[in-house]
Write a protein that binds this ligand. Structure first.
Ligand code: KG4
Ligand code: ZN
Length: 347
């Protein structure tokens, strides 16, 4: 724990500080070492995806058991790949919520034991804030304040970010998350799990204008609803089942493209509306769905006309990972945040 402190603005600048991040909120067991909140020295992700694939979605009981099996090996690999020693870790930062309770408990309990064992401070961080922080780990860093859209398998939320510890919710989904809708549409079309990447791949060879799928309206303009569009796809697929026997059929590709386009258009419309309402010139995006190439292309294409700077993390940092947990932990620790062994899961 050899970092040094220097005065910088309101919070001290901590240099040579190695933060261990631990992430177990869903089906990925991840650990990472990040130096000074920005340099990723290692980022290890072990997914239990294959175990969940036969069920078409994440099974919480399987996920927590897999975390328990993997966590020691994953943390050990992160330390070794970073070429540091456990005693060099200056802070243990762990996802405390939101997520699957049994999964979060594995990460939080491990982090507590480790922080006690190596006498390093402990900090529980919010999963969605860490997805936002993924944008500070590569490329140009967004200046504060900004509007953020986090779009993943469990969440679809618009935020106004004044600072990394001052984040207001502007709107969120009433029902399914956007990634969950991708997963359910893929299940309806018998394309396997997770749905996002396979829908994106098939959509490239489909016609996005062919079928008129649309996301439902919401009373509050910055909220989302994805369950109606998923149901519309389900009824359409039932009615046309004979033309959907082969997973790569023309109709399957057109459904994938039309669904994807409607989902992305809704994300774009609401995100830019949020920017307008908050008079924000920057829009920061994160979460697993943000890995979608078509989404990235369409956001950038429309941002220019609207005079808004759009930020996406590198693709691998869109998915659940622990580098974003370590990076955010560093910044919050600088601001004086620390959890102690009473840390509980939440969110
Ligand atoms: O952020 P993440 O790794 O885990 C959660 O916190 O949920 O997101 C996983 C979600 C899944 O629903 C997956 O289908 C979706 O992200 N996803 C995608 C793509 N890659 C992953 N959705 C659309 N297009 C993609 N290329
Ligand atoms: Zn996530």
């Amino acid at each position: 724990m050899g970092y040094s402190k220097a005065a910088e603005g309101d919070s001290p600048l901590l240099t040579d500080m190695y933060v261990l991040g631990i992430e177990t909120s869903c089906d990925e067991t991840a650990a990472s070492i990040v130096k000074d909140g920005k340099n990723i020295l290692s980022s290890v992700v072990s997914s239990s995806l294959e175990e969940h694939a036969p069920y078409g979605g994440v099974i919480p009981e399987i996920a927590s058991r897999m975390h328990l099996e993997s966590i020691t090996r994953v943390v050990d690999s992160a330390i070794r790949q970073a070429k540091i020693k456990l005693k060099d870790v200056g802070l243990v930062s762990v996802t405390a919520g939101p997520g699957l309770a049994g999964s979060l408990l594995v990460g939080v309990s491990f982090a507590k034991a480790l922080s006690l064992g190596i006498n390093a401070p402990l900090l529980g961080v919010d999963h969605l804030s860490s997805h936002i922080y993924a944008n500070f780990l590569s490329g140009s860093r967004p200046a504060l304040p900004f509007v953020a859209l986090i779009v993943s398998g469990g969440h679809t939320v618009l935020f106004y970010v004044k600072d990394l510890d001052k984040i207001d919710v502007l709107g969120s989904t009433h029902d399914d998350a956007c990634g969950e809708a991708f997963d359910k549409v893929a299940k309806i079309l018998k394309l396997g799990y997770p749905g996002g990447p396979v829908i994106e791949r098939l959509a490239k060879r489909g016609d996005p204008e062919k079928l008129k799928f649309k996301c439902s309206n919401t009373d509050r303009p910055l909220d989302f609803s994805f369950s109606g569009i998923k149901t519309a796809v389900m009824y359409f697929a039932k009615k046309n089942s004979s033309r959907l026997r082969s997973p790569g059929s023309k109709l399957t590709r057109d459904i994938a493209a039309s669904f994807q386009e409607a989902a992305i258009d809704t994300l774009i419309r609401k995100s830019f509306l949020a920017c307008k309402m908050k008079k924000a010139g920057r829009l920061v995006i994160g979460g697993g769905v943000a890995a979608n190439g078509r989404m990235r292309e369409k956001f950038f294409a429309q941002a220019g006309d609207k005079g808004i700077d759009v930020y996406f993390p590198e693709r691998k940092l869109c998915m659940d990972n622990a580098a974003m947990v370590a990076g955010l932990g560093y910044q919050l620790f600088r601001k004086g945040r620390e959890s102690g062994l009473g840390l509980n899961i939440g969110g």
